[in-house]
Design a protein around this ligand. Structure first.
Ligand SMILES: Nc1ncnc2c1ncn2[C@@H]1O[C@H](COP(=O)(O)OP(=O)(O)O)[C@@H](O)[C@H]1O
Ligand SMILES: [Mg+2]
Length: 379
């Protein structure tokens, strides 16, 4: 049997930071980020998971690097503890700021209690770490770590991006991360901070509630879904580059199935491209979109089963209700029709699901944030 292989590259990519021809739209919000940093404002960028915040901020960092900024990107998603954060943050700062050349001895003088040592990165290259980081972070140690960017900046203009920032604040009850962070960075003259996160409700409470340390201290930028026509152009150009035709109607249908969320748009398009590129008609039909969606669902079935079973009974009921009928309010009729019990318990479950990023509220209507998961629940 002859196996057909794709000619050329698939023009769609997902699951990683995208740039260049894999990246569409976002010019306005990208310019807003760049100009805000240049105006010396600290920022928080809010937007649901998979809307493209990380890719967007990388695009903005590219522009800033070209304009002479030193940029440090740090992802907090995989940080296990404050101690782990301290070590990894210091290592990234040393590496990106070129501080390595200064030598460990010189760097030691920046710390009162945390001593840097030479370690080895996973690729075998030397790396500076805080081997002497305490087993239990104290507020004083944490302050020292947070002060590092300003100390290492020298004459440079430094931008520090902390992605999925809410995860850091969830780390420890011993150390008040928010309070210390706010009090340390307000004295930083050479460093701009960009906080980023998908758990928008948690971040909104953090940055927009009067009682919280960060209140009113940063500019808030919201990353919404991209305009439909930009998605449409992106899809049609992508398929055209592979000599495949995609009508406006079918492109609109694809965006409907992906909820116009960039990650799902790219994932579905990539799946379609793989099959249609091997066919002689080289034309995308609605059925191709449906097939791609089902194929994604089948690949993620195990994951969805595990995820769903991790929810409490009231969360499960609520997810199923919202999946079949998105709503803004849990009226008595809605609760009765979906067997949700009391509306107060529905609201508690809702808050947990929203904080967990499973439910998204757009224009005051609650939706399941993953359109493929929604389909799985409605099967
Ligand atoms: N501007 C964009 N153009 C095209 N695809 C995008 C864009 N932004 C994001 N994506 C798609 O969404 C996926 C997730 O993007 P990411 O930046 O990681 O989102 P977030 O950080 O908001 O979760 C990317 O891998 C890519 O497939
Ligand atoms: Mg991200």
């Amino acid at each position: 049997m002859k196996i057909k292989v794709l000619e050329g590259k698939n023009p769609f990519a997902y699951g990683e930071v995208v740039s260049g021809r894999y990246f569409y739209d976002r010019t306005e919000v990208c310019a807003d980020i760049v100009n805000s940093v240049k105006s010396r404002l600290n920022l928080v960028i809010l937007g649901s998971r998979r809307y493209g915040k990380t890719s967007l901020v990388h695009a903005a960092l590219d522009v800033l690097r070209n304009q002479g900024y030193t940029c440090v990107y740090f992802d907090l998603m995989r940080v296990a503890s404050l101690e782990d954060f301290a070590n990894r943050y210091a290592a990234v700062l040393y590496r990106e700021s070129g501080a390595f050349a200064k030598g460990v001895h010189a760097l030691s003088s920046l710390f009162r209690s945390l001593k840097p040592v030479i370690g080895m990165a996973s690729d075998g290259s030397p790396e500076i770490a805080l081997r002497a980081a305490p087993r239990q972070m104290t507020p004083e140690n944490f302050e020292e770590v947070l002060d590092l960017p300003e100390k290492l900046a020298g004459k440079r203009k430094l931008v520090v991006v902390l992605d999925e920032f809410q995860e850091l604040c969830a780390q420890s009850s011993r150390v008040n991360v928010e309070k210390i962070m706010r009090s340390v960075i307000q004295f930083h003259k050479r460093v701009q901070y960009v906080f980023l996160g998908s758990k928008t409700h948690i971040l909104k409470r953090m940055f927009m509630s009067r009682a919280r340390p960060f209140y009113n201290s940063v500019k808030v930028i919201t990353v919404a879904k991209p305009p439909l026509d930009e998605g449409m152009d992106f899809l049609r150009n992508g398929f055209r580059s592979g000599r495949i035709s995609l009508s406006e109607n079918v492109a609109a249908y694809l965006l409907e199935r992906s909820d116009n969320i960039p990650y799902y748009t790219q994932a579905i398009a990539s799946e379609i491209f793989q099959t249609v590129a091997l066919r002689s008609d080289r034309k995308v039909a609605r059925e191709d979109v449906d097939r791609a969606v089902w194929s994604m669902l089948n690949k993620k079935r195990d994951y969805y089963e595990v995820l769903f079973s991790s929810f409490s009974v009231s969360q499960r009921n609520l997810m199923k209700a919202i999946a079949s009928e998105p709503t803004g309010r849990f009226t008595e009729t809605y609760c009765r029709e979906h067997a949700l019990g009391l509306n107060s318990s529905a609201n508690t479950a809702l808050k947990q699901l929203v904080d967990g990023g499973h439910v998204d509220t757009v224009n005051r209507i609650h939706h399941v944030s993953d359109p493929i998961f929604r389909l799985w629940m409605c099967e």
